[in-house]
Design a protein around this ligand. Structure first.
Ligand code: SF4
Length: 207
């Protein structure tokens, strides 16, 4: 683990997140699957990291269906899955950036992922590669607008300037991805608040 990852892990723990470090995505996947009971309901936000890790298939071996709106066959099914996914026991998501002083940031166009980070679940599990670590809040916002969003816009064939130029132009496009940003400084507290777990992997995962 390099110095920045060490600092980040210590800060996340200090801030009340349940942070674990893994050398490989495979090890992280095993720990994640082991942490989920067969009776729990599970959903995921749109995430290339989770999709590529084969988590859906691993959960299926335990008899658990992973609710994933990105796999829906129709608009109606997509809406139905999104509604159900808002209140599952466990929510799986990747993250756009995590700071060395222990904050988690996600930016969303639809809002499902940022909403789920705040309320609705017993447990939220963020899976992130070390490439998502930045030094501070300012760098996190720069990363989101100039790395994560442009690459996502390109992957999703969105008609935004960043999909073409690779950098943010603070657009007003109808398909603008950056509409809501949640900064988790600490896990939420009070009745119904979720435990927030971070599975940090010593690999490059997603963007
Ligand atoms: S605001 Fe628009 S141009 Fe900037 S990163 Fe988001 S989608 Fe791209």
């Amino acid at each position: 683990m390099d110095e920045l990852a060490k600092r980040t892990m210590a800060a996340l723990t200090r801030n009340g997140f349940k942070a674990s470090f893994f050398e490989t995505a495979e090890e992280a996947k095993r720990a994640l699957i082991d942490s989920i009971d067969a009776h729990e309901t599970v959903a995921m936000g749109g995430s290339m990291t989770i999709k590529e890790m084969g988590i859906k298939e691993a959960l299926a071996l335990k008899g658990i269906e992973l609710l994933a709106h990105i796999d829906a066959a129709s608009f109606e099914e997509r809406v139905e899955i999104l509604r159900k996914a808002a209140v599952t026991d466990v929510y799986l998501s990747s993250i756009n950036a995590l700071t060395a002083d222990g904050m988690l940031l996600n930016t969303d166009g639809l809002g499902n992922r940022v909403a789920s980070g705040i309320f609705g679940h017993r447990r939220v599990c963020y899976i992130a590669g070390v490439n998502k670590i930045v030094r501070n809040l300012q760098e996190a916002l720069i990363r989101i607008k100039n790395v994560a969003a442009p690459l996502n816009a390109k992957r999703l064939n969105k008609h935004t300037p960043c999909a073409v130029t690779g950098k943010c132009e603070n657009c007003n496009a109808g398909e603008r991805l950056c509409r809501a940003t949640v900064i988790l400084e600490r896990p939420l507290t009070g009745v119904g608040s979720a435990e927030i777990a971070v599975f940090l992997v010593n690999e490059r995962l997603g963007y």
